[in-house]
Structure formats: C-alpha cells, structure tokens
Design a protein around this ligand. Structure first.
Ligand code: ADP
Ligand code: MG
Length: 634
C-alpha cells in the first residue's frame, strides 16, 4: 500500500529495544562473511515448510496443492532485488509482530548477551561473534536497506505485509488475497550497495550449492524474469543417503545448519539401525562448545523425524549429559498420527534413545583409542558434561570411566585414564586419591599433596564443579575406592617414601602435643580439631575436612547454592616443620603466650589462603602478621 508520494503507509511499530541494537550492529558491522544471510533465510523457509508438513498430518486441508514443498528464489539484478519464497506455514499478523519485532531465537539472544559481556577490544570484534551464532532473519539487513515480507498463514483468509528499513521501526499492512501466496512467505531484499553483488548471475546458486545443499526442502533459483527455475539444492534429506555418497563438506554444512554453529564437527556419526526398530541417525560432536552448554535447563536439541516428517526440533533423544551432541533421528516405526508428547512417551522411542546412547558411547570409545588427539579436544570441550553421567546414569558409569581423562599431580596435561592410574599404584597404596577445587593450577600447589608427592602417589586434580558430585557418589574404580586428600586422616604412612624424600611422622613430642592442644583451644570457633599430619612435607599446616561428612569442595558448592552450611575443618600441622618445633619449645618454656596465639591464627589463615579462601578476618590477620614481623625485624 503506498500513498501518493509512493511511500508505504500502514501501521508503524517499534522494534523491541534489543532488536534495534542488533540491527544497528548488523548495519554497521564490518562483518566479512555476509553470505550467511542466504543460509539463514533458506533455513527459515525450510523450517516453515516442515512446520506445515507436520500440521498437515492432522489437518490435510491446510496444504493448497499437491506439488510439494519448495523454496523459490527470484533475482532481479536491474532492480537490485532478491525474493525468497516458500510455500510453508506462513505467519499471521500476531506471528509477524512477535517473530520479526522481537528477538525470537535463543541463539540471537545469546549473541546479544555475549556481546554485552564483552569489553573493549572484544566489543569492537562483535562482528566475529556474529559468526559464531546463527543470527537469523535480521541478518538480511547486512545486505539490504529495506526488507519486505509478504505472508499468509496456512488455513487463514488474511495476508499481511511487513516492511522495514532496519532503523528502529517497521510497518505492517494488509495484503489482498489475490496478491498473496496460497500459504507461505515471500521475503524481498532491496539490496544495499554491499549487497548488490548477490544479484549477479550465478552468485546465489553457487552459495546455495555450497552451504545449503543438505537442506530438507528443494531450492530453485530463477536467475532473471522469464527464466526457467534451476534446481540449486535437491532437498533430499542427507541422512537418508548412503554414507559413501556423502562428502565431508556436505556433512559439515549439514552440521552447521543443524547446530547454528559455524565450526567443523569434531566427530560425525551416521548409521542406520535395522532389526526390531528401524531408524537413521546422523549425530555430530561439535568442534566448539555451544553457547548454552552450561545453562541450567540442560536442553537436548535433537531433531526427530518420522518417515521424513519433522516432529520436533527438541526431542529428548539423548540424556542431559550428552546434550552437546547435535543430531537428527528419522524413525520408520513411530506413529505419525499422535501428539509429539505421546511419541516421546512411547516404548519405541525409549528403545531408540537407548540404542543411540549405546552407539554414541561406542563411537567415543573407538575415537579415544584410534584418534587420541581428536578425542582429547572432545574431552576438553565436553568432558565436564559427560562426567554428569557418572552420577546420573549408574548404568553407564563403567563406559564413562573408560572415557574419562584426568589431570593428575604427576601428569598435569589432563590425559590420564583411571586405567593408567591404577596400573601405577605404589606399594601398599589401596585408594585412588583426588583433590577437588576450582583451579587446577592452585590444586597442583596444594600443601595437602606434599606427603603424597614424597611417596610418589599420584593424585587426580579435579577442577570441574561436577567433579565434587560424581566423586562423592562413585563407589570406586577397579575395586579401588576414591579418597579425598583433603578429608579425614590420610593413612599413607605405609607407602614407602621416594628416595631422598622425608615426611613427618604423626608421632609427636610432648611439647608439640601441648602446642597443638593450645592451638585447638585458641582456634576452637573455627576448627574442629588441630592435629599432627603425615600428608605434609614442606608446609607448616593445611586444612582438611573431618573424616565423616562432605568433601569441603562439595560443601562450598552446596553452601553457595544455599543448600547446607560449611562444617568446621581440621587444621593439620607438620610436626617436623622448624616453625612448629620452635613454637613448641617456646610454649614449653612458658614465655610469650601472645606470640604463640598470633602464630596460631596466622598459620590457620595461611592454610585458608592456600585453599583459595580469605582469612577469617583480614584486618586481624594483618595486625597479627605485622606484630610478628615487627618483632622479627627489631
Ligand atoms: P529462528 O529461525 O532461530 O527462530 P529467525 O530470526 O531466523 O530465528 O526467525 C525468527 C522467527 O520468524 C522464526 O522463528 C519464525 O517464527 C519466523 N519466520 C522467519 N521466516 C519465516 C518464514 N519464511 N516463514 C514463516 N515464519 C518465518
Ligand atoms: Mg532462522
């Protein structure tokens, strides 16, 4: 609809603030790979066709003719226009306003969040961030200074136009049914200067062949008015084709479309199950972490087809601890004429799910054996997620223990397996020792490890938050229990010291025993006990958890989440340390109780600092330390 001056009239709407921000960015971005708008618009058109295919299962009348779904791209080079038309589900006026006026896609939302977190230089590189996320429909404004959307929702008697120059507002007005498609959407891009290239002959068809060949709906291109349409993408579902006919590039492109990520898949798993259930699976382990990997919802994103009809994009096809897998499953056995929910509750679905998990674990195991470098990067990206399976899925625990890789005090590169660990136990060592914390570098330097190092005992360094959970529920590996080096008594005295190493014995002189008793009395509000240690070598003291109760790290995580409180730790003292010996001697002589008291507090606070915690009271700590230093300096 135009007024006399030729400018469109219609109802003006303001974009949601975030959309305006995104558009500004898009228009001003120096993003080099503008091609992605093609994939985004084609994938929207294909989604719309698949949605209608699903709706038509129960309402066959929705589909206007029998010629099938297709996407048609028309180019007008002289006018600088490209139109992408589909005969999919279309949009009502409400759909238009919510889908193209707000940020509908979670990927786009994540992109914006990431951008607002980014600072300074990174912010300037916002354009690079665009490349990591699917930014959807609004990417059209990278190449167009005006976008017109004409659409009619299947089964309705009205059609609408949406139009915007991408500058804060858009217009909508009704479209007469004579001019509207029977159902579906036409998106017309009025190309800007940078975009004009895309109207050159052959350019779009080339991009489509390159990037959208695995789309499930055929794509035709009409290069200029009057030309015959030329097929640029077959629309054959990639997963139905034979593995031997698919190139790695086709797999990678399909993966990118599926995941909305732009990396190379680390692992592609494609198989057809035959027998009791027949289904095809095409699954990918991404090459980079998806943005929502650690969101609390732990959403699984599986595309479930039944005989080539897309049932849902977020089928629960794998458990949460495999949520990084991107996959398509096409089943021949599931019923088509029941609801999505009923399909996912069916025993057939459960059997398929189980088969998929088995196969993925098998393939991961195989990769770990035959391609250790590939597996290493998979583990680095997703190990923390896979480990959730250790406590969620006891049935899979053995398989996951085989996959798990650890950093240890002897091998900090993170490539040790539990089998490696167990094959190198020291004489009399009966446990698998571990330490948990946030930061591997700090764990490596923990005083609690000293006595273990002196005896050549390796210790797993567990620095993922999930570690504290699985390790406290796991019974053990290969008959060896997991034991924390920061909990209970260490009982490693029976393991022989390495040559040239010394370690304190827990046997103490009477003087030291008296000192420890005094320290316990001094620190009684903050520690459960003060005792001699055999887990130390160089340091004077460390903190450990009491023998019964929770691991200190797990306690901290739970307390941060408002679940449970932190119990008092045990302060362990190295009786052979010169400081301890000197303090004990002074205390026995009965002089200078004030100094001993200051020392007790400082030793305790230092042990907290070594664990990454703050002193109980920073100003007290400084005052005591300053008193001690002043005396030493005088
Ligand atoms: P996403 O595809 O991730 O949801 P987009 O920004 O690409 O995000 O699209 C936003 C929404 O606009 C879609 O979810 C869909 O509802 C609607 N949409 C876009 N293009 C079409 C189309 N061709 N047909 C029907 N709906 C569409
Ligand atoms: Mg999209």
């Amino acid at each position: 609809m135009t007024d006399t001056s030729g400018a469109p009239t219609g109802t003006p709407h303001a974009f949601q603030a975030d959309v305006a921000r995104l558009l500004h960015l898009m228009v001003h971005s120096i993003y080099s790979d503008r091609d992605i708008f093609v994939r985004e618009l084609i994938s929207n058109a294909a989604d719309a066709c698949e949605k209608l295919r699903y709706e038509a299962l129960t309402h066959p009348g929705l589909i206007a003719d029998e010629s099938g779904f297709s996407i048609r791209i028309t180019i007008d080079e002289n006018a600088g226009r490209i139109t992408i038309a589909d005969n999919g589900i279309g949009m009502s006026h409400d759909d238009l306003v919510s889908a193209l006026g707000t940020i509908a896609s979670s990927g786009t939302r994540a992109f914006l969040d990431k951008l607002s977190q980014a600072e300074g230089e990174e912010k300037a590189k916002g354009a690079d961030l665009i490349g990591q996320f699917g930014i959807g429909f609004y990417s059209a404004f990278m190449v167009a200074d005006k976008v017109t959307v004409e659409t009619r929702k299947a089964g309705t008697q009205e059609a609408h136009v949406w139009e915007s120059e991408g500058k804060g507002t858009y217009l909508t007005w009704p479209l007469s049914l004579d001019e509207a498609p029977a159902h579906g959407t036409r998106v017309t891009l009025h190309l800007n200067e940078e975009g004009l290239d895309y109207a050159k002959p052959g350019r779009l068809a080339h991009i489509i062949r390159e990037h959208s060949s695995a789309i499930a709906i055929p794509v035709d291109v009409i290069e200029k008015d009057g030309d015959e349409p030329v097929r640029a993408a077959e629309g054959s579902a990639l997963w139905t084709r034979a593995k031997s006919d698919i190139t790695p590039e086709e797999y990678a492109d399909f993966y990118r479309g599926l995941a909305g990520q732009f990396d190379e898949p680390a692992l592609t798993i494609h198989w057809r199950a035959e027998g009791r259930q027949e289904y095809s699976v095409l699954a990918f382990v991404p090459g980079a972490r998806p943005f929502d990997l650690f969101e609390p919802a732990r959403k699984v994103r599986g595309k479930l087809y039944v005989r080539r009809v897309l049932i849902t994009q977020d089928a629960d096809l794998v458990p949460g601890w495999l949520r990084f897998i991107r996959l398509v499953v096409d089943s021949s056995d599931l019923p088509l004429n029941v609801s999505r929910e009923m399909i996912q509750d069916s025993p057939v679905f459960a059997a398929i799910r189980k088969g998929i998990v088995n196969r993925i674990l098998q393939e991961l195991t195989k990769t770990a054996e035959s391609e250790p470098d590939t597996f290493k990067s998979i583990w680095t990206n997703f190990g923390a997620v896979l480990k959730e399976g250790l406590y969620e899925d006891p049935e899979r625990r053995d398989a996951l223990f085989k996959l798990a890789r650890f950093a240890t005090s002897k091998a900090t590169d993170g490539a040790r397996t539990l089998a490696d660990y167990v094959s190198e136990l020291r004489p009399n060592q009966t446990d698998i020792w571990y330490i948990t914390g946030d930061d591997q570098k700090r764990l490596e330097k923990s005083p609690q490890l000293e006595g273990f190092r002196a005896r050549g005992i390796d210790v797993l360094l567990l620095s993922d938050p999930v570690d504290a959970f699985w390790v406290s529920t796991a019974v053990g590996y290969d008959g060896k229990p997991f034991k924390s080096v920061t909990q209970g008594t260490a009982d490693i005295a029976n393991v022989p010291l390495l040559e040239g190493k010394t370690a304190p014995s827990k046997e103490t002189s009477a003087d030291v025993a008296t000192l420890l008793a005094f320290m316990k009395q001094t620190l009684t509000d903050n520690v459960d006990d003060v005792r001699a240690s055999d887990r130390l070598a160089e340091s004077a003291a460390c903190l450990v958890a009491p023998a019964h109760g929770r691991d200190r790290r797990l306690e901290q995580i739970l307390a941060q989440g408002g679940m449970g409180s932190i119990s008092k730790p045990v302060l362990e003292i190295n009786p052979s340390h010169p400081l301890v010996a000197a303090l004990a001697a002074r205390f026995a002589k009965g002089d200078d109780k004030a100094l001993i008291e200051d020392a007790a507090w400082v030793i305790h606070d230092e042990a907290r600092i070594a664990d990454g915690e703050a002193p109980i009271d920073a100003s007290e700590f400084i005052a005591r330390l300053t008193r001690i230093m002043t005396r030493a300096a005088q």
